[in-house]
Each structure stands twice: as structure tokens, then as C-alpha cells.
Design a protein around this ligand. Structure first.
Ligand SMILES: [Zn+2]
Length: 265
């Protein structure tokens, strides 16, 4: 049978994953090895607590892994003040490519909405101060997210609106403010919705992401991993009627430019 997908593509970047998750404790090195064997050029390892932001920097000792620093909105009710001060220090150290994961999540009740708002605005201020892009999580908060980004001038920092759920108005609003859209396993599960939601969006603002170990794409094991970026690239290519090579090349350039990775044009 003819393969639909080359076994290896060059130049794909997983712009959002969590290799520091304890789900990878048994075989983290093997997972990283498979990712680069599958043709990834780089991985952005996203911090979501002080501890995970520190772990991200450790993982980023490899030249092809890059770290972010931030505290997830789910933690907004219980992080310690000195944790955020330490995030600020990590952000300024150099080698940190983005601020986040931060944002608003009113879907789950893990943290009070006001605490989330305050913490999110502090991340935005830090991104503007350090001129680093933001990695943003949004759930059940689309309108307030766009309003907050507009009001704070966060577009000057830019960043990724990660785990795009398929609401075209949200994508257009974010893109108009200067943001990129992260396409991952959650959306590729529904090809018709994926196609419809991308209509008219500029390719130059799309990013590939796995959010591993979460949001496994169809056809992959339950625990997601960065090597599955191939499946995301293929689904995106099919939805857009493009070659998978072209999608991987364009999204690679987008990621390098946004996160100022080596080889950015
Ligand atoms: Zn994440």
C-alpha cells in the first residue's frame, strides 16, 4: 500500500508540549528520540508552574528544545507570590523563548475567575517588558480573552493562542491583534470543523502543536507525544488542500519567527 505520509518530514516544530509531565517519567528520553527521528526540527517545552518552568529549562539544555516560563490559570488560586517572582527571573535569564502557559479558563472551576484575570495580566505585563511572546490558554473565555488582549496592548508581544477550538471569530480576532493560532489534536479530530474554521485565515499565522501528553490526535496512542506532530501536519494539509511538505515548511517558518528560534528569517 502506498504511504500517504513520508516517514520523515524535515522542519516541523512542536510549538506546545509538556515533556516535563510525570506521564513521561518512564521513557522521556525515548519520547524525545522518537520526536527528532520523526523529523521535528525543534520542540517548545511549555512551563505551567514554577516547578515545570524550571524543568523546561533543564530540558532546554538540548539545542533543539526551547523553554517557556509561566503559571497556568488553573494554578491562579494557589501559587505563591515568590513563585511568580521566580518566573519573572527565569523570563529575564535568556534562553526563555516565551511567557506562559497563561490565560483564562472559565470552563473548569480550578481557580477563581478574578485570580485568573490578575495573574494573566501580570504575565502580559511581563511579556511586554521582556519583549517575549505569550503562550495563551483559553477555555470558555473567548470574548473576554480578545477584549483583554486588545485592552492591554498584548499584541505588541504577540504569541500563540494555543489549542484552537475552531471558533473562526476568535481566530480572526486574535490574528487581527497580531497573534498566531495553535492547531493540535483537539481540532484535527473533526476535519469538517477544522476546514471550516480555517477558511480565510492567513497560513502565516498557523502553528503546529501537540500539547503532549494531552489531546492525542486520532490514530495515535492515548498518551500524546511530539512525534505525533506528523499527524497534525497531515490533517492540516488535508483540510487546507495543500501538500504536507508545504504545511510543515510554512508552519516551521512561522514558529521560528514568533519564538525567534535559530534559523528565523
Ligand atoms: Zn499546555
Amino acid at each position: 500500500m502506498r504511504r500517504e505520509l513520508p516517514a520523515r518530514l524535515s522542519d516541523m516544530i512542536d510549538t506546545h508540549c509538556h515533556l516535563s509531565s510525570s506521564q513521561f517519567d518512564p521513557d522521556r528520553e525515548a519520547v524525545i528520540g522518537r520526536a527528532f527521528e520523526a523529523g521535528l526540527a525543534a520542540i517548545v517545552e511549555v512551563g505551567y508552574s514554577l516547578e515545570k518552568s524550571r524543568r523546561a529549562r533543564t530540558l532546554a539544555a538540548r539545542p533543539d528544545i526551547f523553554a517557556t516560563a509561566g503559571i497556568h490559570p488553573h494554578e491562579a488560586g494557589r501559587f505563591r507570590e515568590q513563585d511568580f517572582e521566580e518566573i519573572e527571573r527565569l523570563a529575564r535569564l535568556g534562553g526563555t523563548v516565551a511567557i506562559g502557559e497563561t490565560g483564562l479558563d472559565f470552563y473548569r472551576d480550578f481557580a477563581p475567575a478574578d485570580a485568573q484575570r490578575t495573574l494573566f495580566r501580570r504575565h502580559i505585563a511581563l511579556a511586554l517588558e521582556t519583549s517575549l511572546p505569550l503562550v495563551i490558554h483559553t477555555r470558555a473565555a473567548s470574548d473576554e480573552m480578545i477584549a483583554t488582549l486588545r485592552e492591554t496592548g498584548a499584541g505588541r508581544a504577540g504569541g500563540s493562542l494555543h489549542a484552537f477550538h475552531g471558533d473562526p471569530a476568535f481566530a480572526r480576532g486574535g490574528i487581527a491583534l497580531g497573534f498566531h493560532i495553535g492547531i493540535g489534536g483537539g481540532l484535527v479530530k473533526d476535519p469538517a470543523r477544522l476546514r471550516a474554521s480555517l477558511e480565510g485565515l492567513p497560513l502565516e499565522r498557523l502553528l503546529l502543536e501537540t500539547d503532549a501528553p494531552y489531546l492525542s490526535p486520532p490514530g495515535a496512542a492515548r498518551r500524546n507525544e511530539p512525534a505525533n506532530i506528523l499527524l497534525i501536519a497531515r490533517a492540516l494539509a488535508v483540510a487546507l488542500g495543500r501538500d504536507v511538505e508545504e504545511i510543515s515548511r510554512i508552519t516551521d517558518e512561522n514558529a521560528r519567527r514568533l519564538f525567534r528560534l535559530p534559523g528565523a528569517s
